[in-house]
Each structure stands twice: as C-alpha cells, then as structure tokens.
Ligand binder design. Structure first.
Ligand code: FAD
Ligand code: NAI
Length: 472
C-alpha cells in the first residue's frame, strides 16, 4: 500500500526540515524522509548541520574558547585558578548532548506541525499520474510535489579515503577523543579554521596546509589580513601555496608530504589529519535516473533561480544545488519553495546572504568585497573603525579587528560590510537588514546605537565612509 502526500521532502537537514514545516503550515499533507541515525539506530534528523556541522562545531568552539579564556585571560580580571584542566571526553559528550537536543527538537516540531516522518533512505522509483513514487525501505511514499534536500558530503583528496581514525572528515574531526599532539589540516577554509581553532586551544600543535597562495580568498583582503595576523599570533601555523603529496598512515601516526610555495619538499608527521577541502553535492541512493532528474557535472541537481528542477513539481534546495553551502541559505530556499508550491511568491536574495566564520576573532561579511568592487569597476567609498577604539570591546578585553563599510560612491548605498572581531556573527545582522532595505551608509550613521556596545563600531564605520568618525 502506498501513502499519498501533497508534498514529500527527501532529507531533513536545514533545507528539508524547514521546507517540510513551512509546507505543513501552508496546509499541505506533508511527509519528510531522512536516513540519518544515531549509533544505536534511532532517527537523528537535522542533517549535516545538526549532526556533524554547524551545531557540534559551535559547541566545541564554545568549550575550547571558555578553556582558553580561563587559561590566558582570566588573570587580567584578577581571577586566579589553580589546576585548570580540560576533560576532552566531557567536552565531546556535552557536544553530543547539544546535538541530541536539536535532533529531538526537530522530531517535536514535526509532530507539532503534523509532518509525517519516515526514517530511512528515500529513492525515486517512478513517476505516475498521482505523483512521484519514492521507496523508503518496504514502504512506497507518493508525493504530488517532491522537494529534494539531500545535502552534501565531504570531498576527499584523490586516493586518500577518510578512515575517520587518522584521516578525518568533519565527522571524525568532531569526535577526536583526546587532543592530538600534532594535527595537520588540509584546506584553510571555514572548517579548517574552525576545527583548527578548537584543537589548538585545547593543546594540539596545528599546521594548516592551503593550496591557494592567498589566505581566505573569498574574504575582503583587509579583513583576511587582519584575521591571518590574529590566527598566527595564537599559534596556528598556516602554510599557503602548498601542493599536498602523499599521505601515509603508519603505526600510531600519519605523514603528510607536501611541496612548499618555494618548491621545497617537506614531510610533516602528525597524529591525525583533517581534510577540509570543500564539499560535494550528495545524491547517493536517491536514484535520480529512475525519474530522469538532471544533475550537472559536479553532481549537483540542476535548478533554476526558483529551485525548480527539470521535472514538473520536483524541486531541490540547499547544498545539493548551486550556491553557497550554508544552513541559512538552505532554510531560505526551503521556505521559498514551500511558498511557491502554495502559489505564493517566496524569495531568496542571494546578495544579502551573510557568511560567518566562528573563530576568535570571528569573521563575518555580507555583500561584495573591496577586491570584487574593483574587479567590477564600481566606484565606491570605504570606511573602517577598529574595535580598539570601542569602549565595550576594551571592557571585554577583546579589541582585535574592525568593522568595514563599502558604499556606492554616488548613491551611498551599502554594497558590503565586513567584520573581523568580537561577536561579528551577531553584528553582521544589522548590515544584512540594512542591505535588504537598500539602506545607505548615512542611514546607519544616523541611527542611535546603544552605548557601550560593539554595535557602535558599526555606526562608526558607517560614519567613516564620510570621514567623520567621532571616536577615532
Ligand atoms: P544536509 O544538512 O546535508 O542534510 C541532508 C539530509 O538528507 C541528511 O540528513 C541526509 O542524511 C539526508 N539524506 C540524503 N540523501 C537521502 C536519501 N536518499 N534519503 C533520505 N535521506 C537522505 N553552515 C552554516 O550556515 N553555519 C555554520 O556554522 C556551518 N558550520 C558547518 C560546520 C561543518 C563542520 C560543516 C561540515 C558544515 C557546516 N555548515 C554550516 C554547512 C551546513 O551544515 C550545510 O550548508 C547545511 O547542512 C546544508 O543543509 P541541507 O539541508 O542542504 O543538507
Ligand atoms: P571551503 O571551501 O571553505 O575551504 C576549502 C579550502 O581548501 C579552500 O581554501 C581551498 O583552496 C583549499 N583546498 C582545496 N583543495 C586543496 C588541496 N588539495 N590542498 C590544500 N588545500 C586545498 O571548504 P570546507 O572548509 O571544507 O567547508 C565546506 C563548506 O562547509 C564551506 O564552504 C561552507 O559552505 C560550509 N561551512 C560553513 C561554516 C560556517 O558557515 N561557519 C563552517 C564550516 C563549513
């Protein structure tokens, strides 16, 4: 017997579970299928983000940051501590508990919104008059509309499969049982910097090997330089422009051969290696060929600007389609698709999707970088304000970094905002709102910001566009 639904969502990561909730809110009889399971076989909805991505990484970042604060900065406040130690087992167990709270939260939300949940792998079987037949174990689920949100997988180096013991993806990187003495990260992207920070803070000697000659090429150059300075000062060794060669596991460790930017051959001995060189769209087991669902050469599902695939009533969102691989981008697409199915006008503004790297200092940005504006031949004005001149940052004892505004030279419209410094992840929201409403730098400069707050640095950077900062 098959079960018929108006909307069937395949995948319960941020793209899928949010799409399912929104579809149910709009009155559709909705099902969501997800195969992720806990070690004892129970459903663990939430996808990469909840299980091995955003949430566990931020839990470990918080624990390790607390430890480093206590070890290095509590003394500045007159707080002395004896026998400070970190129990990595407990830190990892806390992270697991945070993940479980989120898994349970999604199951609760499905119940609350009357989304029918199927635990297992969903595979396209065929298209019929009634809709698309999807096989989940022994059950056949039929959806008039189908939203595919099957996410992404970590990319391995050619010929170097993940064993999750010594050669780790993000999955293994989040459950290392004790701080490795020596850790090598391949790729100084978002995962490399976040995971590198976690393990460095709790005692590992971390080397990051990056293929590109520039550090964080997608980030505004001035901000990336400031961040690189801060990470290097913290003890993160970052080698740019390298070519990684053979990786061999032997005995307790692993060796990584590489050629430096100057052409020298080097071999690093480490306890573990984390490979974080990007992610690839995932359609494993989906059987797109059964219904003729089109993929591109990267394996991503081909969609138009509104997430329509080549098949009528089949949509795809999140990491499995083009665009940034971010949880909030996946969510926005999920909501927009559910609303389009309902005949509404859901929209996602790709120009105002914020990026955040949750290191210390945090890095956050929205809109275009200075190098992009130059390349696009746009006439712009820039204004920066350092946290060193912000009262709240001084009180916090965290004055690294700055806020930077880029505005159109003629109209003053904000074209990009870039932050490196404390709480950049929270501060960036103001810039996102401003850009969504097409605000000018002058708009932000004229708005009253609470004192003393980090957000005053945002106002001051907006004032700096017109060369009239008040506190610098
Ligand atoms: P996913 O979250 O990957 O979910 C896909 C789901 O579909 C999975 O549960 C999978 O099991 C299921 N599935 C796949 N195929 C099938 C099938 N055939 N049948 C049934 N189920 C199936 N993004 C941020 O915005 N902020 C962050 O801080 C952040 N941190 C990250 C940290 C790490 C270490 C990593 C790896 C990623 C991070 N990301 C972050 C990226 C974020 O996790 C992804 O962009 C997001 O999870 C994409 O959501 P999604 O719904 O498209 O896919
Ligand atoms: P990434 O794309 O951020 O960085 C990969 C890095 O590896 C790049 O700098 C690239 O030049 C380098 N690289 C590629 N091949 C290499 C090689 N052979 N040798 C050495 N370096 C090489 O990818 P990452 O860090 O794996 O993360 C994947 C995605 O997950 C991110 O792009 C992001 O979308 C998402 N993510 C988001 C987070 C956040 O929002 N805070 C946190 C973590 C991940």
């Amino acid at each position: 017997m098959s079960k018929q639904f108006d909307v069937v969502v395949i995948g319960a990561g941020p793209g899928g579970y949010i799409a399912a909730i929104r579809a149910a809110q709009l009155g559709f009889n909705t099902a969501c299928i997800d195969e992720w399971k806990t070690q004892d076989g129970k459903p663990a909805p939430g996808g990469t983000c909840t299980n091995v991505g955003c949430i566990p990484s931020k839990a470990l970042l918080q624990s390790s940051e607390n430890y480093e604060e206590a070890a290095k900065h509590f003394g500045d406040h007159g707080i002395s501590m004896k026998d400070l130690a970190i129990d990595i087992g407990k830190m990892v167990a806390r992270k697991d508990a945070v993940v479980k709270q989120n898994n349970d939260g999604i199951l609760y939300l499905f119940k609350k919104n009357k989304v029918t949940f199927f635990h297992g792998r969903g595979s396209f079987a065929k298209a019929t008059e009634a809709g698309y037949e999807i096989q989940v174990g022994d059950e056949t689920v039929v959806g008039k509309h189908v939203i595919v949100a099957t996410g992404s997988n970590p990319r391995a180096l050619p010929g170097v499969p993940f064993d999750e013991e010594k050669i780790l993806s993000n999955d293994g990187a989040l459950r290392i049982p004790s701080a490795p003495k020596k850790l090598v990260l391949i790729g100084s992207g978002v995962i490399g910097l976040e995971m590198g920070s976690v393990w460095r803070r709790v005692g590992s000697e971390v080397t990051v090997l990056e293929a590109l000659p520039t550090f964080l090429g997608a980030v505004d150059e001035q901000i990336a330089k400031e961040a690189q300075k801060a990470f290097t000062k913290q003890g993160l060794k970052i080698e740019l422009g390298v070519k990684v060669g053979e990786i061999k596991t032997a005995g307790q460790g692993v060796s990584v051969a590489y050629t430096t930017a100057k052409g020298e051959q080097q071999v690093l001995q480490a306890d573990r290696v984390i490979v974080s060189i990007g992610r690839v769209p995932n359609t494993n087991g989906l059987k797109p060929e059964a219904v003729g669902l089109k993929l591109d050469e990267r394996g991503a599902i081909v969609v138009d600007a509104e997430c329509r695939t080549n098949l009528p009533n089949v949509w795809a969102v999140g990491d499995v389609v083009r665009g940034p691989m971010l949880a909030h981008k996946a969510e926005e697409e999920g909501v927009a698709v559910a609303e389009r199915i309902a005949g509404q006008h859901g929209h996602v503004n790709f120009n105002t999707i914020p990026w955040v790297i949750y290191t210390s200092p945090e890095i956050a940005w929205v809109g275009r970088t200075e190098q992009q504006l130059k390349a696009d031949g746009v006439q712009y004005k820039a204004g920066t304000f350092p946290f060193l001149a912000n009262g709240r940052a001084r009180a916090l004892g965290d004055t690294t970094g700055m806020v930077k505004f880029l505005a159109d030279a003629r109209t003053d419209e904000i074209l990009g905002v870039h932050i490196v410094g404390p709480m950049a992840s929270e501060l960036i929201s103001e810039a996102v709102v401003a850009m969504e409403f097409k605000a000018s730098a002058e708009d932000i400069a004229r708005i009253c910001h609470a004192h003393p707050s980090l957000s005053e640095a945002t106002k001051e950077a907006a004032l700096a566009v017109d060369k009239r900062t008040l506190n610098f």
